[in-house]
Design a protein around this ligand. Structure first.
Ligand SMILES: Cc1cc2nc3c(=O)[nH]c(=O)nc-3n(C[C@H](O)[C@H](O)[C@H](O)COP(=O)(O)OP(=O)(O)OC[C@H]3O[C@@H](n4cnc5c(N)ncnc54)[C@H](O)[C@@H]3O)c2cc1C
Length: 465
């Protein structure tokens, strides 16, 4: 009789001092450890290594390479396509690399590569400041930042990468470098939008920005039938509003939450979720035009501490739901496109399914397409169509709606999509997304990861393979 030794057992032997942080098949913690945010993803890695330092990361990389095992890097596991986990491979889990250090004189924050944005937001809010991120507090700093990072503060302060000052990176050969404008500047360029292709970031340094004790936030809802009026208003109003005003447009269903009047619960609506960096008086004045559009069902914008705004939707979109994603960059909301949004917005298949349009103008447009790897600076919006539901029996329904909606709206798009809103859509989509920046990214990939060790991502191929 022959017995084979599993890779997890070999790891426990070769990385003996990390033994209690290695999880393999058969361990009671295995199923919980391999699960990512999207329950549609069901992958079985050979092992997971819960790292707590750059040295742990380097050793885990060396171990995986020595055994020819693919590597997945896990920040908070939020990625829709499940890029934080890989079949038969080694998951390098960064959740133990925490630590947040604020420099209140330099207005910077240093963040461990495994932190979530909620942790960062709570720390910076104590100083009345914030780094722009997304709209959910449980999202990983790592994945969101390396893809670009867009959310409530984009128009005022730019993408998350526009506030990135430097990063400590463990490379494929196990060495550690610091990337910034002065050190490894090409790597620094690539990290700002190029995803996890170039190495594993164990520490990020960001600029912080003043936001006071609260931002002015809240939604406007219109009946879904009035989506055309609301979207025509939005396409004129949002790009010409002062940068202090951010609003993402949504076709959605009002959740049955206490914060909304009971008569609106479960009603399909066209919505804008506003975030104004300024006083309540300013927000009231700047957003006054919304009242003249159609017959709003609700307009409620008031002071909300930034960390509270960031966690407002956490409960709606927890780990363990079925999620199906499709995305595009969009420049123009033509009347024909608006008709399609009305048709598909009326067909939202479940309470949590939605279409969001995030503005990427304002401060994000101060940076040129070629200044960072994020190549769609000149786009007006990042659109995401998200099918979501707790019940696996609805997986087909949310997938069909998402794909159907995307297929009719994609022809009106600018071409590529925001990498953090994509699933596994093939190499043509990755090219379309990085367009003129792709060749430079491939050269940098060839320099820093010639063997494509980091390929469980929206992959940039080194020119040698
Ligand atoms: C409910 C929900 C809401 C979202 N809202 C927004 C939003 O408002 N704005 C926005 O911009 N995005 C948003 N996203 C998308 C989000 O940015 C991506 O899912 C992102 O990949 C999540 O980062 P993560 O670290 O949690 O992901 P993971 O799944 O852990 O990793 C994703 C990818 O990033 C790489 N990676 C992660 N950390 C590191 C690191 N430290 N070093 C090297 N590579 C790393 C991994 O290799 C992997 O390829 C949302 C996602 C969800 C599920």
């Amino acid at each position: 009789m022959t017995t084979t030794t599993s890779l997890a057992e070999i790891a426990r032997r070769d990385l003996a001092d990390l033994n209690d942080r290695i999880v393999g098949p058969g361990d009671p913690a295995y199923d919980e450890a391999r699960a990512v945010h999207n329950a549609m993803i069901d992958r079985h890695p050979a092992l997971l290594v819960r790292c707590s330092s750059a040295e742990d990361v380097a050793r885990a990389i060396a171990f995986a390479r020595a055994h020819g095992a693919p590597i997945a890097v896990r920040g908070a596991g939020h990625n829709g396509g499940g890029l934080g986990v890989v079949d038969e491979g080694v998951v390098i889990d960064l959740a133990g690399i925490t630590g947040i250090v604020i420099d209140s004189e330099a207005h910077t924050v240093r963040v461990g590569g495994g932190c979530t944005w909620g942790e960062v937001d709570r720390a910076t809010a104590q100083h009345g400041r914030a780094t722009p991120s997304g709209i959910i507090s449980t999202t990983g700093v790592g994945g969101l930042t390396l893809g670009g990072g867009l959310g409530h503060l984009t128009r005022r302060f730019g993408l998350t990468i526009d506030s990135l000052l430097g990063a400590d990176v463990v490379l494929a050969d196990g060495s550690t470098v610091h990337a910034s404008a002065d050190e490894h500047p090409e790597l620094f360029w690539a990290l700002r939008g190029g995803g996890g292709n170039f190495g594993i970031v164990t520490s990020f340094e960001f600029r912080t920005h003043p936001i006071g004790t609260a931002v002015m936030a809240g939604p406007t809802f219109w009946p879904i039938e009035q989506l055309p009026d609301a979207m025509r208003f939005y396409r004129e109003f949002a790009p010409s509003a002062p940068r202090a005003v951010n609003g993402f447009f949504a076709a959605m269903t009002v959740p049955p939450a206490d914060m909304f009047p009971a008569e609106l619960h479960l009603r399909k609506v066209a919505a804008v979720m506003w975030c104004v960096v300024g006083s309540e008086e300013e927000a009231t004045r700047l957003l006054a035009p919304v009242h003249d559009i159609g017959t709003p069902l609700l307009h409620h914008v008031g002071p909300v501490p930034h960390p509270a705004l960031q966690s407002l939707f956490d409960g709606l979109y927890p780990k363990g739901l079925q999620y199906y994603w499709r995305a595009d960059f969009v420049n123009e909301l033509s009347d024909e496109l608006i008709d399609q949004h009305l048709t598909w917005g009326q067909k939202l298949p479940t309470m949590l399914s939605a279409m969001h349009l995030y503005p990427i103008d304002g401060a994000a447009h101060d940076v040129a397409n070629t200044d960072t790897a994020f190549s769609y600076r000149d786009a007006q919006y990042a659109e995401v169509i998200l099918g979501a539901d707790p019940d696996p029996a609805n997986a087909d329904a949310i997938r069909d709606w998402t794909v159907g909606y995307w297929e009719v709206t994609h022809p009106y798009s600018a071409g590529g999509a925001y990498v953090n809103f994509m699933m596994d859509e093939g190499q043509d989509r990755v090219h379309a997304t990085y367009r003129d920046n792709y060749d430079r990214l491939a050269r940098i990939k060839t320099q820093y990861d010639p063997d494509n060790v980091f390929h469980v991502n929206q992959n940039i191929h080194p020119t040698t393979t």
